[in-house]
Every structure is written in C-alpha cells, then in structure tokens.
Design a protein. Structure first.
Length: 718
C-alpha cells in the first residue's frame, strides 16, 4: 500500500496535462499541458516550474539526464524548424544548442551526462507542416550528432592511439556498465563535498557539436544504453514502396551506433520505437501492431514479448461512462480551437447533459448523448465514435467482382470488373487470364450446390471470402455444356467498382472531347488523392485542357501540391539535335482550360481544394456547394475504453482575414443538379456540363506551349 500519498494540481489554470518523464534523480515530474507549456513539478513540495511554452500545437521532444540536473527539449521557431535547448534545473538557465538552420529532434543524454545526442535535418522544409499535401512522399534525411556539454569535455570521436585497441577492456560494449556505475557513485560522493559546478557550459556550445559518421536517413527514437552506445530507429522513407495491399510500406529497424567501433550496427528489425530503462540496461521496444517487448542492451537483442493478455480489470460500466462523459466535456474545454466556444456557455452545456448520464443503458447510448452535447457547438469535424460497445461477429461473404443478371431462372454473368490492369493491389477473380469465364456465361452451381434464379447467389458464398470455390459455368445455359472452373474469391469489391467508374469517366471524357481534355478523379486530399493525382494527371499532360473531379472527396490535407501543379507557368522549350518532340519546362503541366467538379459530399480538404482552386483563378467550379468543414482535428487523447472524441483544435481563415467556408461550403460557378432520373439511366449531368464547358473555353484558348522550335540561328554566337 502506498504511504504518504500526495496530490498536487498540475496547472494554475484550466488545461489538460500529460506526463512525459521523471527526472533522472526521481525528484521531479516532467509534463506538458494542452497549452503547450513544459513543466517541472517537485514531488516533495509540489512546487511547479514552467520551463517553456511552445508556439504551436505540433509537439516537441524532451529528455532528462540520469543525474537529474538537465532537461533537454525542442522548441518550434517561426520557420517551422525546431531548435534544441538544454535547461539546467538548478540554475534555471536555458542553453540553446542549435542555430535554427536545421530541424532538431529526439534528444538523448549519455549516462554520464557529458554528451547530448540528437537527430537533425537540413531538408525538413518540404515536410515542415503536416497539413500541406506537398509534404507527401518527401524523403526525410537526418544526421546524428553529439553535443559536448562541458567546455573541457571530449568528443566521442577523438582519434584513437595506435595501440588503444589492444588495451581496451574486453566486451566494453556490453559489460562495462557495472564498473562505470561504481566509478560514478564514488565520483558523486566526492563531488558532494566540492563546490557545485554547472552541468553545462553555455559558452562555445555551438562549436562543440560533433557529427557522427552515419548516413543521413530517417531516424527517430534516440536513446543511450549503459553500454554507452547510441540506439535509434531507422524508418523506411515515405513513398519508397507501395505494397501489394495498395498501402505504402511501413517498416523500421533498431540500430545502434557503436561508440568504440564508430559504426552503425543492425540490432533488430521491425522496431518502430524504443526507450531504455532508467539504469540503461534494458530496451523497451514497440513493434508492428503496437506489440511491446523488452530485452537487454547489446549488439543483438533477444526480445521477450510483454504479454498483456492476462491483465484484467473489474469495470463498473456506469462509473466508467460517467468518467468518459466528463472527460469528453473537458476535452472540448481544453482543446477546442476557440476558448470562448463562439459565445456558448460550455459549463451550462455540461449542467444540461450531465444528469442524463445516469440514464445511459449501454455504451452506444453514451456516444449518442455526447454527440447531442457537442452538437450544441454547431461545428464540423466534432465527432464521437468507438468505445467498448457491442460488435457482432461478421461473416465474410465471398465475391467474384462481377454483376449478375437473372435470365430464364438462371444466374448470368452481366459484367466482369477487371481492376483496370494497372492496379496490382486489386484482385479481379473472373478477369484473370485462364479462368475462361466471360460476360453472358451462366453459373449452374457453386461448390457442387445447384444455383437457380430463385436463390440468393451470395448465400452460396457465405463464409467463403478469400478462398477457392468451384463454379460450374456454361455459355449455352445447358447443364450438359457446363465446365468446372476454380476461382479465388475476394471479400470486397468496392475498389474494383470504383476504378471501373473512374476509368469509364476518363474514357468518356476522351471520347466526347476527341482527346482535347483529360480527366482526373481525387477520392480525398491525402495519400490516395496524392497518388491518384500523380497517376492520372501527368500521363494526360499532352491534353490542352483538364477536368478535375473531386466529388465525394473525403478530405485529409490542404491540397497545395495539386494547386501548385495546376498553376504552373510555361517557362521554356528545349530543342534537341534528334527527335521531333520539343521538351518543356515544366514538363508536367496543362496550360489550357481547367474545370473542377464539386458536390455536397466533398468536404474538409475537399472544401479547401475548390476554395484554393477558385481563389487562384485556376478555372471553373461546376456542381453543387461543398460540405463546409474547415475546423480541423484533433490533439486530445482517446478515452479509457478506446473510444474517441475528435475535438477541432484549429481553423482555417482566408488571406482577407476572414473566417470562411465552415458551415458555408464552396459554391460552384455553374450550379448543376444530379437529376436522379438521368443518373439512374447511367448519365452524369455534372460531368457532361464540365465537358461542354472545357470545349467552349477551348474555342478561345491560345496555346502557350510551343511544339516547334524557332528557326535555327544563322549567325555565330547567337
């Protein structure tokens, strides 16, 4: 049982607090709050010290020295780069380590407190603000550095004497910690009797930064073991690979910089985050799927999984629901972008809804109640979801990637979706060469069970997703003509059907414009939207005009990358000795008319894109007014049961210094309704209007890109 329990307020004012560290001597807590303050709290007295306040809500990094004397932290500058600082706890002095010309992160002290390791990047600029789509797939290159904190300190890379290797203690990498600890303990006893000296010498610190001899790569999670070696994670570079799943490769590995051999060594693959224990003897590692493991520091780590499966707790649901409700209300109080809630009395809202918590009968009802509470704010992106609710176990149904038509009491293959061939992550079961099933074929049975028009065909595929099935098919509809084919089903046809729709639209635009216009569809403004744009736009830059379709755009980021490309100006042509083609700078550009299709289901980043497209004068908006949601999310933590409330903590405003778009949307220049009768006939009135608009604008467009070089010069030196 804990004795002498103490309770201290984390903040002088209202704010949400998060614990970061204990100081190395265990005497203080290091924590931050929702106002981006960094705090120290003395555990004996409860006295608090505000170390610093960051200037934005995009986070910072911290580290503490083992002796409890120093606290390292990063702080963001107006240039979006982070500088590294060291705070001496005893004196309250802040020492700036870096010079604002690089982005520094992940500080880690050596066990003796003499060195501060960190990672720093000079190519961070294009990845500086996560909200910009222009950050997509940019390689992030960091170097690893050591700052020598004392004026009389030594570089970890001092030249070795010729015979130094011969006299090194054996196994110094992994077995010297006990001796070092003993020496440090004796040194500490002596120093207690001597005058206390600063733990860091500020003067000349910028000249005592040493670059470690490592490649510049995407590093994170620096930490130092008691073997004095630097452990860190090397991450896969963004955009380096798209896997067969269609998703970007996410991989990382644990490395260490061997300070004796002065080289990088592979320690363990598949590690995404790492920390050392207080004594530096063990590593806590996080792997794919949030799996935790622990192992002793060393050249190789024998990781032992931390099994939390046996951890159980007795939960009183009503008590937990009351806590979740109050925390949700506090999350809004502490993180909503406007502390005054647009004039709404948030305390009264709590008093209105809190008495209803005792009437909640299940977890889903709690989510409903909290949605009702936050709906009082009348803002988008303010949502509640998840939690420890009831979930039925789903039965996966096998699918063939096809439409079926019942004719003559038989199931006939109506349309086979192909995956458009250029999508390696899409599997089209009936389109695979050698399957020999064609549109119009009749399916007589599935795994030997007869199929008639009176059946639900999907009943025969219940529980058969991603497995092989045997189909009896014929071209005549006669059982005696049937043959057996083996097909591997899929569990989801959504993307097959989506890409069929996209490609049908592209081909339709080409056909209706006689190749004068391209067509690009953007499902969102994050990874898929970035990928789709690159995939569809650049191959069609030989067209004089372009239709950008962002209907039902799910948002994500601010798509400045797309508007940057669409706004490119023709700068130069290049004539080579051989070949008829005139090359251009920029190569990937369309200089003619541009039209963007928008609708009521495009929102968030799908609001920002047409807003910026219109503001930059890039072209014509056609369709319906967009959703209207440019208050963004979110910085708060999940609830105790895994549920979540996304609290909007930032908001868009225009260069004219106006709050716009939220609950307003972006209006089209040409309003076109999707007539349900025409849509059900397979027509697309909005797309047809876009086609007619670009064709009309092309009539008066004067090409700016030259396809023929000027006459060759006749004079020398010209």
């Amino acid at each position: 049982m804990v004795k002498n329990k103490k309770r201290f307020a984390a903040n002088e004012s209202v704010a949400d607090a998060r614990l970061l560290h204990f100081t190395g001597d265990g005497k203080q807590l290091v924590y931050t709050d929702s106002k981006m303050n960094l705090w120290l709290l003395e555990l004996d007295s409860g006295n608090k010290t505000k170390v610093m306040q960051n200037i934005n809500m995009n986070g910072f990094n911290t580290a503490v020295s083992k002796d409890g004397k120093l606290l390292a932290y990063t702080k963001t500058n107006d240039n979006y780069f982070r500088d590294l600082y060291v705070y001496e706890i005893a004196s309250g002095e802040h020492v700036k380590i870096t010079d604002s010309m690089s982005h520094s992160t992940s500080p880690a002290f050596s066990p003796d407190g003499e060195l501060l390791y960190f990672a720093s990047s000079t190519n961070h600029g294009q990845s500086a603000f996560f909200l910009d789509m222009s950050t997509q797939e940019n390689p992030q290159r960091y170097g690893l550095y050591a700052a020598v904190l004392k004026a009389d300190g030594k570089s970890p890379l001092l030249p070795k004497l010729a015979d130094e290797d011969a006299v090194e203690e054996k196994s110094t990498d992994d077995k010297s910690a006990a001796k070092d600890d003993s020496k440090e303990a004796k040194s500490d006893k002596k120093s207690d009797k001597q005058e206390v000296k600063p733990a860091i010498d500020a003067q000349g610190i910028e000249t005592r930064i040493v670059a470690l001899p490592v490649p510049q790569r995407f590093y994170s999670s620096l930490t130092v073991g008691d073997d004095k070696n630097l452990y860190f994670v090397e991450n896969e570079q963004p955009g380096s690979s798209i896997e067969t799943s269609g998703r970007a490769l996410r991989d990382a590995s644990l490395k260490r910089f061997n300070t004796k051999k002065r080289k990088v060594e592979e320690v363990k693959s598949g590690v995404f985050n790492v920390r050392t224990s207080h004594d530096g003897k063990h590593l806590l590692m996080l792997s794919q799927g949030n799996k935790l493991s622990v192992g002793k520091v060393g050249a190789t780590v024998k990781a032992k999984a931390i099994n939390t499966g046996g951890v159980k707790a007795l939960i009183e649901p009503r008590q937990e629901w009351a806590q979740i409700f109050t925390e949700g209300w506090r999350n809004q109080r502490d993180y909503f972008y406007d502390a005054n809630f647009h004039g709404l009395d948030w305390q009264k809202v709590y008093e209105k809804y809190q008495p209803l918590v005792e009437h909640v009968g299940r977890r889903e009802d709690l989510n409903y109640l909290m949605r009702e509470m936050i709906s009082e704010m009348e803002v988008g992106h303010n949502v509640v979801y998840g939690g420890d609710g009831h979930r039925e176990q789903r039965v996966a149904v096998g699918l063939l990637g096809a439409d079926f038509v019942v004719k003559n009491n038989q199931y006939t293959v109506g349309k086979i979706y192909t995956g458009e061939n250029w999508n390696p992550h899409l599997k089209a079961p009936l389109a695979m060469p050698g399957i020999e099933v064609a549109e119009g074929d009749v399916i007589h049975s599935v795994d030997g069970e007869p199929l008639t028009g009176a059946d639900n065909i999907y009943r025969l595929f219940t529980g058969k997703a991603n497995t092989q099935v045997r189909l009896e098919v014929s071209k005549t509809g006669k059982q005696e003509d049937a043959k057996v084919v083996v097909v591997e089903t899929i569990s989801n046809e959504r993307m097959l059907r989506h890409w069929n729709w996209v490609e049908d639209n592209r081909k339709y635009v080409w056909q209706q414009t006689d190749g004068k216009a391209g067509y690009v569809y953007l499902p969102n403004t994050t990874t898929a939207g970035y990928t789709n744009f690159n995939r569809m736009f650049y191959p069609q830059t030989d067209k004089p005009s372009m239709i950008i379709d962002e209907r039902s755009n799910g948002g994500g980021q601010a798509a400045n990358y797309i508007t940057d490309v669409l706004s490119r100006q023709y700068l130069a042509g290049w004539k080579y000795r051989s070949g008829d083609m005139i090359l251009s700078t920029p190569a990937g550009a369309v200089y003619g008319p541009k039209v963007m299709l928008i609708d009521q289901d495009a929102g968030s980043g799908g609001d920002f894109l047409p807003y910026s497209f219109s503001r930059m004068g890039l072209g014509t908006l056609i369709g319906k007014t967009t959703w209207g949601g440019l208050i963004g999310v979110s910085a708060n933590r999940n609830f105790v049961d895994g549920g979540r409330m996304n609290v909007p903590h930032f908001r868009f405003f225009t260069p004219d210094h106006e709050w716009r778009v939220e609950n307003e949307g972006v209006k089209p220049d040409i309003d076109v309704e999707q007539d349900p009768v025409l849509v059900n006939q397979g027509k697309d009135p909005q797309l047809d209007r876009a086609i007619s608009e670009v064709l009309e604008q092309l009539k008066t467009f004067k090409p700016v890109r030259h396809t023929v070089a000027p006459a060759m010069p006749k004079e020398l030196g010209k």
